[in-house]
Write a protein that binds this ligand. Structure first.
Ligand code: UT7
Length: 314
């Protein structure tokens, strides 16, 4: 059984921070950040702005575009590693803000930058196997990564941003779907905060993560397409996790496909972890780039290590 995206939405905090803004307080430059990553700006939550509120804003838009209301939601799954509280979950906080029905279970998944695809696959499995009051799931990817950034560490603080994306989905035979998820416990390469660590900041071995990403993305794309019996020629667009434009350039070269097949929007948002793929999908729907029948492969990778790919039919 396939999966149909009925509507998407996105939300970003009010505070836009350009590379030049950052260079006023961090030993960096727009030139370094832009050439090494493709990033030009990002949004950071201001005092009082919450991941839950961003999630609810993105979800309201997704529901409106799907022509549905909160009462139609049968399940809410959120992906994040920077929720406002350790508990209740972000999904429960969004549940409250949106006024979702009590019959709709709500919970978070944490798979870092692979979070949205993990949440999407979790929702699909629930829709297929659980008794839900409504066959419609709300899937959210939302982060305030700025809360765990060390602004004394220029090698990480320039790379990330905050935001939220949401999708309303249901099972559909007319929308073929395939998904592969994987993980390898390689904690030291990329980790952040948590009650047990005594250090709330994000730490990353950028070069090793770069190597990992450029290896796992092509393999994941081939695995998902193999499951679906398709080749890259059959795919209209690839939406990679938006960590670094150079990672995408390497993958494009490795796969020998036209660069235009891989969407890029890190210049506007930087790396928003679990929010990056739904933010990109929402831009693509909004601009009319995604049309019925198109095949899109989404690929995520991140802390864990985790990775995943999903073939989605529009
Ligand atoms: O969702 C999580 C996934 N994360 C990622 O995908 C990140 C993957 N990795 C990367 O994107 C890249 O490795 C980075 C963008 C993080 C770093 O790029 P790089 O080309 O690997 O740079 P580097 O770490 O090798 O550093 C090169 C130089 C160093 O200076 P020296 O030692 O050569 O003098 C750094 O100190 O660049 C320096 N540097 C900076 N300079 C200006 C590091 N950060 C900055 C900065 N501004 N912000």
């Amino acid at each position: 059984m396939g999966l149909q995206i009925l509507g998407t939405g996105r939300a970003v905090p009010s505070r836009c921070v350009t590379n030049d803004d950052l260079a006023k307080t961090v030993d960096t430059s727009d030139e370094w950040i832009a050439t090494r990553t493709g990033i030009r700006q990002r949004y950071f939550c201001a005092e009082g702005e919450t991941v839950a509120a961003l999630s609810a804003e993105a979800a309201r838009l997704a529901l409106a575009r799907a022509g549905l209301s909160a009462a139609d939601v049968g399940l809410c799954v959120a992906a994040t590693f920077t929720a406002d509280h350790a508990t209740p979950s972000l999904a429960c906080e969004a549940h409250a803000l949106l006024g979702l029905p009590e019959s709709a279970p709500a919970f978070d998944v944490n798979a870092a930058c692979t979070g949205f695809l993990t949440a999407l696959e979790t929702a699909r499995c629930f829709l297929a196997a659980s008794h839900l009051a409504s066959p419609v799931a709300l899937v959210i990817g939302a982060e305030a990564v700025s809360r765990v950034l060390d602004f004394a560490d220029r090698s990480t603080c320039v790379l990330f941003g905050d935001g939220a994306g949401a999708a309303v989905v249901r099972l559909s035979d007319a929308h073929p779907y395939a998904c592969r998820l994987g993980a390898r416990g390689d904690v030291k390469l990329l980790h952040a905060g948590g009650a047990g660590s005594g250090d709330r900041f994000l730490h990353m071995d950028g070069r090793e993560v770069f190597r990992f990403a450029t290896d796992i993305i092509p393999r994941t794309i081939h695995a998902v397409l193999g499951d679906a019996g398709l080749s890259l020629d059959d795919v209209d667009l690839v939406v990679c996790h938006q960590a670094n434009g150079r990672i995408i350039d390497h993958v494009v070269k490795k796969l020998g496909v036209p660069a235009g097949k891989f969407y890029k929007n890190m210049q506007r948002y930087a790396n928003t972890s679990a929010a990056s793929i739904p933010l990109a999908l929402d831009e693509l729907f909004e601009t009319g780039t995604l049309r019925p029948g198109m095949r899109v492969v989404c690929v995520g990778f991140g802390a864990g290590l985790t990775w995943g790919g999903a073939l989605v039919t529009i």
